[in-house]
Design a protein. Structure first.
Length: 690
């Protein structure tokens, strides 16, 4: 009998799916079908009766990944009727589910709030000010990141965090204020579960016994707190059935707490663990994979694998490498290549950059050429001010004790409540909504206070969430504020709010359920609205992880840019992994460019090619930019270089100023970017061409 979930799996994938006993690490290279392995493995466990749905815990890093996995599992006919109560979601959504069921034991109020970054900043600003500290010296935004990083380490005790006395005071006061406000931040969600399990062995044993099989996606991205959670759930089990799928060569998030040692030391953590390597790549050609393999082999901290294409006979195009005179020539080359070869399929192209600042030249050149593009990751839907305002209104409706939301919206639209009025409300010791009913204010403020309270005085619980939010934002005057606004983006903001009400809120049965979703989405890294529009994607390499395109341009592969000049030798392996991720996004062709001169922070700087270019095996590279004989695409003809007349782009040597590159000329006067002396004008007779 042929099982649908086993169809079309290769031998490596089948082994990973059917190896269900004991700890297993699946090293899944780029484009090797890890999601298919995870979903087939879940189907295999359910079909064979090894566990019931609620006894399987599948952990992901984004809501998008969790939803895709859930959808795929449900498509298998053999087990579609069995997957209704799977514990499948992000680490944070699963931990939130545990906290909602055990709120009292966790020391929380039943209806605790989840604070996002904006809310955290507001709390920290108040805390830092109350401690008598200057918010310019102790920037609340910086402290959001610092506290998040501390909590990601899974440390409960502030005294054990290795902080200065002042830092300890800030963290302690911040945590205390969160509890006072009936809230937790994103980092707390996992931390409170760790505390819960440590202090309540009975609850820990309940979940240990419940989860017979644990599956983890993108294991290389786990931080210390997430690893501690996995260890707790598998503690005291001689051979726990935990399967972690990941790729040590794609570990690129150390800056947000990911610890590559979790995957590198898997066999030490789980003695007797098996390792299965998925090395058959279904995305890229042999030359692209060969280039990626040869580059990443320069890393020492890796478990090792070699990606190979499905069709070994078709080597595909080489990885093209082009050096251009300047960053503007680079942008013109990319725009020209896309213009001549897109055939109105612009979504086949992507420009992947190491840092956001590099996008400017491409944006300007694409705009002037009429090349449609989207700067992916520029702003998430839930990061928009109007969306956060609307959610604050909803939160205050559902949770009237939410002082942070109160402060955000009390003056949107303006109601005559300044800092002095807020200070009076705070002095009462009550929630601001309760204080508004009893605090002595000016006559004008009393009228405004009564009007504001009346906004929330309607039977929203017996109204559909969609209608309740529509009514709330109408009653508050918030929608009217934007309708009457003279701002050029006001219509767009109103459209975003309509999308929130009609497209998002309407999907939920209750407003608390929607707010839970919104809180998680505000911290989800995969909320970029890429859509299916026919545009060229410009994005950072970090944002491109998990995506794929026919043609990928990799500009600014220069020392100091990529690898980043701020990275130490210890960080170089992660920079190289980032380069590996960039190359493996391409299906058909990779075009790496570097400029001899680039404007960096307003200064024209002489650049050297990235060391990563030199680390790629030459057999996989074409640095002459000549396509294969049977290639019809005229992509690689160096259009901008051919237009450069005479000496521009050539290397020269000057007796006093050393070596440099000619970037412009005017008769006998050459403008040269010297390696050590910057940009100078010199006579042609004073330099030697080399």
């Amino acid at each position: 009998m042929s099982l649908e979930y086993m169809n079309d799996l290769n031998s490596e994938q089948k082994l990973a799916v059917t190896t269900v006993d004991g700890p297993l690490l699946v090293l899944s290279g780029a484009g090797t079908g890890k999601t298919r392995v995870l979903t087939s493995r879940i189907a295999h466990i359910l079909y064979n009766g090894f566990a019931r749905p609620w006894e399987i815990l599948a952990l992901t890093f984004t809501n998008k990944a969790a939803n895709e996995m859930r959808f795929r599992v449900a498509q298998y006919n053999e087990i579609s009727h069995l997957c209704g109560d799977l514990w499948m979601g992000t680490f944070h959504s699963v931990c939130l589910r545990i906290l909602r069921s055990n709120w009292a034991a966790a020391g929380l109020r039943r209806d605790f709030l989840i604070y996002g970054e904006d809310d955290q900043k507001s709390v920290l600003k108040r805390v830092i000010t109350d401690l008598g500290l200057d918010t310019k010296e102790f920037n609340p935004s910086d402290w959001v990141d610092k506290i998040s990083n501390l909590k990601d380490k899974g440390i409960f005790d502030v005294e054990k965090m290795g902080l200065s006395n002042i830092s300890q005071k800030i963290v302690k006061a911040y945590n205390a204020e969160l509890l006072n406000l009936g809230a937790v931040d994103f980092g707390d969600i996992i931390l409170f579960v760790l505390k819960l399990f440590e202090n309540n062995q009975e609850i820990l044993h309940k979940y240990q016994n419940q989860f017979k099989y644990i599956l983890v996606d993108e294991f290389q991205d786990t931080n210390a707190a997430q690893m501690a959670l996995l260890k707790m759930l598998t503690k005291d089990k001689e051979q726990p059935n935990i399967c972690c799928v990941g790729d040590d060569d794609q570990s690129i998030y150390s800056w947000r707490g990911a610890e590559i040692r979790n995957i590198l030391e898997f066999e030490k953590t789980y003695i007797g663990a098996k390792i299965i390597r998925l090395e058959t790549n279904y995305r890229s050609s042999a030359n692209i994979l060969g280039a990626a393999n040869s580059l990443i082999k320069n890393n020492m901290g890796r478990l090792g694998k070699d990606l190979r294409p499905v069709n070994i006979a078709d080597t595909g195009e080489p990885v093209y490498v082009l050096t251009v005179p300047s960053d503007w020539d680079e942008a013109r080359f990319v725009a020209d290549t896309i213009s001549r070869n897109a055939n109105n399929n612009f979504s086949n192209f992507a420009v992947l950059i190491r840092a956001g600042s590099i996008s400017r030249t491409f944006e300007e050149e694409f705009t002037s050429r009429g090349v449609p593009y989207k700067l992916v990751g520029a702003q998430k839907f839930y990061d928009r001010a109007e969306i956060r305002d609307a959610i604050a209104y909803i939160r205050l409706l559902v949770y009237p004790f939410d002082n942070i939301s109160f402060e955000r919206i009390i003056s949107k639209p303006r109601r005559g409540f300044g800092d002095s009025a807020i200070a009076k409300l705070r002095e009462s010791g009550k929630s601001f909504m309760d204080a508004l009913k009893t605090t002595k204010l000016s006559a004008k403020q009393n009228v405004a206070a009564n009007e504001f309270l009346s906004v929330f005085d309607f039977d929203w619980q017996n109204t559909t969430p969609k209608d309740a939010v529509q009514q709330l934002l109408e009653r508050s005057g918030y929608l009217k504020m934007w309708r009457e606004s003279k701002d050029t983006d006001a219509p767009e903001r109103l459209e975003h709010i309509r999308e929130l009400i009609n497209g998002v809120v309407s999907k939920y049965d209750t407003l608390p359920a929607f707010l839970e979703h919104a809180a998680l989405m505000m911290t989800d890294d995969n909320d970029n609205e890429t859509g299916d529009k026919n545009v060229v994607s410009i994005m950072t390499i970090h944002a491109a992880k998990g995506l794929e395109f026919n043609t990928v341009f990799l500009p600014a592969w220069e020392e100091g840019v990529f690898p980043n000049e701020k990275k130490s030798d210890n960080d170089m392996e992660e920079e190289r992994r980032l380069a590996y991720v960039a190359i493996t996004r391409a299906r058909v062709r990779v075009i790496i460019t570097n400029a001899m001169v680039r404007t960096v922070f307003g200064q024209r700087m002489y650049q050297m090619p990235s060391r990563f270019i030199g680390e790629i095996d030459k057999q996989f590279i074409n640095d002459n930019m000549r396509p294969r004989q049977n290639e019809n695409i005229k992509t690689y003809t160096k259009p901008t270089v051919k237009k450069i007349e005479s000496s521009v782009g050539k290397m020269v040597q000057h007796n006093e100023m050393g070596s440099g590159v000619v970037i412009a000329e005017n008769g006998n006067i050459l403008t040269v970017a010297f390696k050590t002396r910057g940009i100078k004008n010199v006579e042609r007779s004073f330099v030697k061409f080399i």
